[in-house]
Ligand binder design. Sequence first.
Ligand SMILES: NC(=O)c1ccc[n+]([C@@H]2O[C@H](COP(=O)([O-])OP(=O)(O)OC[C@H]3O[C@@H](n4cnc5c(N)ncnc54)[C@H](OP(=O)(O)O)[C@@H]3O)[C@@H](O)[C@H]2O)c1
Ligand SMILES: *[C@@H]1O[C@H](CO)[C@@H](O)[C@H](O)[C@H]1NC(C)=O
Ligand SMILES: *[C@@H]1O[C@H](CO)[C@@H](O)[C@H](O)[C@H]1NC(C)=O
Length: 340
Amino acid sequence: MSYYARSLANSGIQLANAYPLAASLLLGLGAITIAKFCYRTLSVFLQIFVLPGQSLKRYGAKKGAWAIVTGASDGIGKEFAFQLAKAGFNVFLVARNLELLDTAAAEIASKYSVSTQTASIDFAKADDAAYEILSQKFQGLDVGVLVNNVGKSHAMPVYLVDTPKEEMADIVSINVNATMRVTYSVLPGMIQRKRGLILNIGSFAGAIPSPMLATYSGTKAFLATFTSALAEEVRQHGITVEHINTYFVVSKLSKIRKSSALIPRPGPYVRSVLSKIGLPCGAAYSRRPNTSTPYWSHALIDYAMTVLDMPTLLIKYTHGLHKDIRRRALKKMEREAKAL
Ligand SMILES: NC(=O)c1ccc[n+]([C@@H]2O[C@H](COP(=O)([O-])OP(=O)(O)OC[C@H]3O[C@@H](n4cnc5c(N)ncnc54)[C@H](OP(=O)(O)O)[C@@H]3O)[C@@H](O)[C@H]2O)c1
Ligand SMILES: *[C@@H]1O[C@H](CO)[C@@H](O)[C@H](O)[C@H]1NC(C)=O
Ligand SMILES: *[C@@H]1O[C@H](CO)[C@@H](O)[C@H](O)[C@H]1NC(C)=O
C-alpha cells in the first residue's frame, strides 16, 4: 500500500472509531446497495438466459386463432409471420406490397399448413376510410395476437430543421397512427374473447432521446408510454400488451447487412421475442412497465444503461454517432452520384 492509501485508511479507521453509529449506518447502507445490485443483476440474467416466457397457447396457438402482423412483407415483420405460423397461428400479413405479401403467405401456408390472409395498405397515407376497410377484413376472425411492427425511420440522421416535411409526417403516421388505429380495430374482439397479445415493436431510439432522429425517437418513445397505459386498461380482460425494445437488427430499415453479436438477423431476434413474453429481461428496473428487451445482447446493453443512469451522457454520445453516420452517408451518396 502506498503512503497515501495507508494514511487514508488510517483516517477512515479513526473516523469510524470516533463516530461508531454513523460508521455502522454507512456500512449498512453500502451493504444494502450492493445486495440490491446483486439481486437485480441476478434476476435480469435469469430472465435473459434461463426463464421461459409465457406459452403462446394462452393466446390461441393451435386453436384456430389468428396473428396479425403489420409490415409483414420484409425484415422483422415477415419473420414474425413465419414464426407465429410455426407456433400454430393462422397469419394475416399487412404492408404495401401485395405481391411480396402473397408470396410470403403462400410459402407460409405450404410450410406450416395454417390459413393465411393478406391486405395492402399504405399507412403513410391511410385515412379513416382506409382503416375502415382494413378493420372490416379483421371482422369475424379470432385474433389472438397483433404485432404492431410496421415502422419508418429517417432516410439518414438529419436535424429537425432540415427534415423534409413529408418524411416527418410519414414517420408519425406509420409509427404512431398505425399502431393506435390497428390496435383500436382488434381490441373489441380481444376483449370479447378475454384473451389477446399485442406486441408493439419499439427501438432504443425511444429509450435514449436521439438527436438527428428526433421525430423517429419521439414516435418510438410514444410506444413505451402508450403500451404501459393500455396494458393496465386491458389487463382486466386477460389481454397482454408489451412494448419490445430493439437495438439494431439486420434489415432494410437499419441498412445493416452483416450480423454480429450485437446485431442479430430477424430470425434469432424474433425467436427471442416470442420465447420471452411477459419477462422484461433487459428492461427490468428501467421504470418502463410492460417494456421488454428480450434479445440477449440488447438486454445487457439496456440493463447497463439503467445501471449507468446517465441519460445526458448517452444523448450526447448518440448525437456524435449520428453526426458521423450522416457524414458517411452523404459521402457514399456523393460517390454513387459520381459513379453514374
Ligand atoms: N432493424 C432495426 O435495426 C430496428 C431497430 C429498432 C427498431 N426497429 C423496428 O422494427 C420494426 C420493423 O423494422 P424492419 O427493420 O424489419 O424494417 P423493414 O425491413 O424496412 O420492413 C418494414 C416493413 O414495413 C412495411 N412498410 C413500410 N412502410 C409502410 C407503409 N407506409 N405502409 C405499410 N407498410 C409499410 C414494409 O413493406 P412494404 O414496403 O411492402 O410496405 C416492410 O414490410 C420497425 O418498427 C422498426 O422501427 C428496427
Ligand atoms: C394521424 O392521426 C391524427 C389524429 O387522429 C390525424 O389528425 C392525422 O390526420 C392522422 N394522419 C394520418 C396520415 O392518418
Ligand atoms: C404491466 O406491468 C406491470 C408492472 O410490471 C405488471 O404488473 C402487469 O402485469 C403488466 N401488464 C401486462 C398486461 O403485461
